[in-house]
Write a protein that binds this ligand. Structure first.
Ligand code: EPZ
Length: 429
């Protein structure tokens, strides 16, 4: 199994191109199930999760062609995917697939909307918490699907198709909003989704559905009104930049006291995290090329942060912020409100010398003068990258095991960082 070796202490300087957002690319790929025509997606990041979802969709009958890079393409430019679900050959998503990739559960809504039936495995537990699917099922019931649970599978049926309805989520869920939105795009009549997730990736999917022929009002707000269409048609859409990758590199630059331009990054997608970094003493300049991050000499100030759905501070940046704050001058308070078990990185950061005390959903991070390299291992994607950030600040060598987590969500991370002066390399097994 590959590992990543980081020798800490180098200041990052230069440019990092920001890729297309993983968490938009995945539901956008799934949206291809809604039409017999071709959906063209540009700026798709090269990630293990994207490849895996391509395989899963292939099982359902989606034909995927990937256009490679062309001469003259910008270095950060992603791939172009053409997805055609001319015939859906299988409406079953088996356990082996859904348990490996939770987002593949989101095929449920599109499949039942188009085919009148779907059988999708319950995703099961994962490293960051229990992650139930009750909200997904409630949404599809509101659109007229009958839902049965059998042998670990959700069986959804709507032989005469789905019809519009009112969905009022008791809790904000990104995945349930994606599922409901995609299903509503092919339901008869009007659907209103209240307390919808406002994450920019939801807005990106909604905009793509509009290009495919759905009518959607309220994009970017917590109330979405959708007029479903009998048929959706071919469309081309460019995946928006990855705000979590942006925030991650911003923290990596900050921890090394560097100066880096994050090309293609959009500040409007992560105002709250950028504000937190400013409060910590990081300089942030937004230009039409992207976001410039620098910290020259000044120490890092501690912060008080609570994770929240968008536009709040994202849970997907919590681990990275913790790594950064572990070398701040004082004690930071970080509260995780989205996933109950998302502190798996704490023990690994402690191996590098971080001083973090956990009390329920709160982590008290007392900044230390310096971290020291060690062997570490992570249990999820964002936890892994927090160890890279800590490794960049640590004295000596840090070896991060289980790199497959990183490959699921960060495109060419060692290349992007080493181009800016980091000493980082992949050790192939
Ligand atoms: C998405 O997961 C993201 N995944 C996650 O990113 C992200 O951490 C999360 O949203 C929150 O922003 C993708 O986009 C592929 P949720 P999702 O449904 O949709 C509870 C990463 O590292 N809930 O918004 O699965 C749930 O337990 C990943 O890229 C219910 O109670 O998250 C959690 O407490 C990790 N019932 C909260 O809602 C439900 O039916 C938010 O979860 C569904 C969710």
């Amino acid at each position: 199994m590959d590992r990543i070796r980081v020798i800490g202490g180098s200041r990052l300087e230069g440019t990092i191109p920001i890729s297309g957002a993983k968490n938009a690319a995945l539901p956008l790929m799934i949206a291809s199930l809604l039409t017999a025509d071709t959906l063209t997606l540009k700026n798709v990041p090269q990630l293990a999760d994207v490849i895996q979802l391509g395989r899963i969709l292939g099982n359902h009958g989606v034909d995927l062609t990937i256009a490679g890079k062309r001469p003259g393409d910008a270095p950060g430019q992603g791939q172009t995917f053409r997805l055609t679900a001319h015939d859906i050959v299988d409406t079953v998503a088996p356990y082996e697939m859904v348990s490996r990739m939770r987002a593949s559960f989101w095929v449920l809504g599109p499949l039942v909307a188009r085919m009148g039936k779907a059988k999708v495995s319950l995703p099961g537990g994962c490293a960051i918490g229990t992650r139930p699917v009750d909200l997904h099922l409630e949404a599809l019931r509101a659109l007229g699907a009958q839902i049965d649970l059998e042998d670990g599978y959700v069986i959804a049926s709507a032989p005469k198709g789905l019809s519009g309805g009112r969905i009022s989520f008791a809790k904000v869920s990104v995945g349930a909003t994606h599922n409901a939105l995609m299903a509503a795009a092919r339901a008869k009549g009007e659907t209103i989704i209240e307390n919808a997730a406002r994450e920019p990736e939801v807005g990106d999917v909604a905009e793509c559905l509009v290009k495919m022929g759905a009518k959607i009002d309220g994009i970017g707000t917590s109330t979405l009104t959708i007029q479903g269409a009998d048929e959706l048609k071919a469309a081309a859409h460019t995946v928006l930049p990855d705000r979590i990758e942006t925030g991650t590199y911003a923290m990596a630059v900050a921890v090394t006291g560097g100066d880096v331009m994050l090309d293609n990054a959009r500040a409007d997608l992560l105002e709250e995290p950028l504000e937190v970094l400013r409060k910590a003493g990081v300089e942030i300049t937004t230009t039409n090329r992207g976001i410039r991050i620098s910290r020259n000499g000044a120490g890092l100030k501690p912060v008080k942060v609570e994770t929240q759905p968008f536009p709040g501070f994202p849970t997907d940046l919590q681990a990275q912020l913790m790594a950064l704050m572990s070398v701040a001058e004082g004690t930071s308070t970080i509260r995780e409100t989205i996933f109950e078990n998302r502190f798996m990185h704490v023990q690994e950061l402690a191996r590098l010398g971080a001083d973090i005390a956990l009390d329920g959903d709160v982590a008290l991070v007392s900044g230390v003068k310096g971290l020291r390299g060690a062997q570490v291992m992570a249990t999820d994607l964002r936890a892994s990258v927090s160890l890279v950030i800590a490794g960049l600040a640590a004295e000596g060598e840090t070896v991060i095991n289980r790199v497959y987590h990183l490959d699921r969500g960060f495109e060419r991370i060692e290349e992007k960082l080493s181009r800016c002066g980091a000493q980082i390399e992949r050790l192939s097994a």
